[in-house]
Design a protein around this ligand. Structure first.
Ligand SMILES: [Mg+2]
Length: 405
């Protein structure tokens, strides 16, 4: 098999909004569910469960038409705050696998795995691990496509939905594309498709075999581009969306905890992990977020925006601890987590004229030295004593992120 020079993943949640609703209300399982506007107000479907799709209902369809097709359709208005918080979980998972993540929407992203693959294992295993991480964090399924060309990964993720995993190995790209209808190509809308079909081109293979001059004569530069795509050529890179990313760690306890020292110790540990990942990716964050889930499952997130971006564990911890002190009313806590968002490249964070550059650099060097020791001897050997004390007697060790994350 040809070696992987580049490796791209496209991850796409299955019927995202509808799946989140069904997850949170088991009485909806097995019923045709859509999220969208009401039929009376000329609303449209934004997401349809697979049961609803059996009636031919799909997103962007007028709701009135959807109800005509399935009178017992369950219509939900949608809860975008909830979808956004699931999206944050997804982006956090993607961040474990690659510093180059390009979100296309709340539930869909490209990952450039070219640099991280060596430390994380073979391509098919990577796809399974991403899916498994998503399932265990969100109880939702995703479909994943993996390919040596960016747009091919996107086509692949769509082929075996739901819960699909399609791997296109290097050297198999053309054969993979050949039988697919041209409508699958990124950039072929209904009008281009009709125009291509009018000259007898229905499959990507036929497009690849078509005369390039003819395509250019007919479609101009777009024809050239489409011909390249049909041949599996695409130089597009993953464009990381720094702003949309966040770095966070959270932990659910085996039993609810109400002692401040323990909870602050966990926060300190999490702040160190978040800091390490920020520094590994050479980025800083402007906003620190604390997440608490109480024993009755009520969940709050509280955030604080800093005067300048940071990757410093002690700043992240202090900000998180202050939020905790302000918003924790001594109730039993089921989950605690800390995160950093508002991500910018590290250079932008160090352009502050009022920074004591030397002190900052010393701290940075020390933090990097700790990371290296950490890697050699295991994380817990260097955890602050407060965390180690807090951890004692707290059941099994929390699950660690994948190696290299
Ligand atoms: Mg989706």
């Amino acid at each position: 098999m040809a070696p992987w020079e580049r490796i791209f993943a496209h991850v796409d949640m299955d019927a995202f909004y509808a799946s989140v609703e069904i997850r949170d209300d088991p009485s909806l399982a097995g019923r045709p569910v859509v999220v969208g506007g009401s039929p009376g107000a000329r609303g449209v479907v934004s997401a349809a469960s697979y049961e609803a799709r059996r009636f031919g209902i799909h997103s962007a369809m007028p709701m009135a038409e959807a109800v005509r097709r399935c009178p017992r359709l369950v219509i939900l208005p949608g809860d975008f705050a909830k979808y956004r918080s699931v999206s944050e979980q997804l982006m956090e998972i993607f961040g474990r696998y690659s510093p180059a993540v390009e979100p296309l929407s709340l539930d869909e992203a490209f990952l450039d795995l070219s640099g991280t693959r060596r430390s994380l294992g073979p391509a098919d295993l990577l796809g399974r691990r991403i899916k498994e991480d998503i399932r265990s964090a969100t109880r939702l399924t995703a479909s994943v496509g993996i390919a040596p060309v960016k747009f091919v990964a996107k086509i692949a993720s769509d082929l075996e939905k739901p819960d699909g995993l399609v791997l296109v190995a290097p050297g198999e790209v053309e054969a993979f594309l050949r039988p697919l209808p041209i409508g699958r190509l990124w950039g072929v809308g209904p009008r281009t498709r009709e125009a291509l079909e009018a000259i007898g081109i229905r499959t990507i293979g036929r497009l690849a075999a078509a005369d390039r001059k003819l395509l250019v004569g007919r479609f101009g530069r777009h024809g050239e581009h489409l011909h390249d795509l049909a041949l599996g050529r695409d130089a597009r890179e993953v464009v990381p969306d720094w702003e949309a990313r966040s770095y966070s760690h959270e932990e659910t306890f085996a039993r609810d905890r109400a002692d401040a020292e323990f909870l602050e110790g966990v926060l300190l540990d999490q702040a160190h992990r978040v800091s390490r990942r920020l520094r590994r990716d050479a980025v800083c964050g402007r906003t620190v977020q604390l997440k608490l889930r109480f024993s009755d499952f009520r969940t709050i997130t509280r955030r604080e925006t800093l005067s300048r971006p940071t990757a410093d564990a002690s700043v992240i911890y202090r900000t998180g601890r202050d939020l905790f002190a302000r918003h924790w009313a001594h109730g039993a806590v089921r989950l605690i987590g800390i995160g950093v968002s508002g991500i910018v490249p590290a250079a932008a964070g160090s352009l502050d004229l009022f920074t004591d550059r030397e002190a900052e650099e010393r701290r940075q060097r020390l933090a990097e030295a700790i990371d290296r020791l950490d890697e050699r001897f295991g994380r817990s050997t260097l955890l602050p004593a407060k965390v180690l004390r807090a951890r004692e007697g707290d059941g099994p060790h929390p699950r660690r992120p994948p190696r290299g994350a």
